[in-house]
Design a protein around this ligand. Structure first.
Ligand code: IMP
Length: 198
């Protein structure tokens, strides 16, 4: 089964390609000829995820999935949340990290979580699309300074619960076992396998 992952983020593509296996052939936006900026204007993580998948289905007619993710920090009332990519005003991970650290400067409650929602749109009978969402969450806390050079986004300041290394200090395979995206993806793969194998 061919499935397009509606993302331009190479890190996410690598994380997901690792896990999809042989049953599903992963196509990129470039593979299907999509160079458009995908819409993310709903104001929520599940809403943005759905918008991106619906856009690809509507304009390109291929079975696809999209994700939308964000970092929620308890002491910041859930910020950056749906604004994670542009928290500092630009899509600059270092500036975004610095803004989180500055906002938490005198804060002792460092609890946070990454959230991902995948939206899967499959071509159903008579080309009617079937849509499902899958959520993944990983709890952790925000360090006082960045550690590690791997990963992307807020990885250098996020220490997942039960671990002593940040996501940026883990290999892609280690992060791929526990991350929010890994958990949502595992749910989606289980669903897809049922569709294929019954
Ligand atoms: P997106 O909308 O799914 O691309 O995610 C929005 C933003 O959340 C990204 O630009 C990153 O800053 C942050 N983010 C999402 N997933 C991760 C992750 O696995 N590690 C670090 N940051 C992430």
């Amino acid at each position: 089964m061919e499935l397009c992952f509606a993302t331009n983020n190479q890190h996410k593509l690598d994380e997901v390609a690792n896990r999809l296996g042989q049953t599903f052939k992963l196509k990129t936006l470039r593979d299907i000829g999509c160079t458009d900026e995908l819409p993310e204007t709903s104001g929520t993580i599940p809403g943005n995820s759905r918008q991106k998948a619906d856009y690809v289905w509507t304009h390109f007619g291929v079975s696809c999935f999209a994700d939308d993710s964000g970092l929620e920090v308890d002491a910041l009332n859930g910020e950056p949340g749906v604004d994670s990519a542009f928290y500092s005003g630009s899509r600059d991970s270092e500036k975004n990290i610095q803004k989180v650290l500055n906002n938490l400067a005198v804060e002792t409650n460092r609890k946070a979580r990454f959230i991902t929602v995948f939206t899967l749109v499959l071509q159903g009978r008579d080309a009617v699309p079937v849509e499902h969402q899958f959520k993944g969450i990983v709890d952790g806390r925000i360090l006082t300074e960045p550690r590690g050079t791997g990963g992307f986004g807020y990885d250098p300041i996020f220490l997942p619960d039960g671990h002593d290394r940040t996501f940026a200090e883990m290999s892609i395979d280690e992060k791929g076992l526990i991350s929010h995206r890994a958990q949502a993806l595992a749910k989606m793969i289980m669903y897809l396998q049922k569709q294929v194998h019954g």
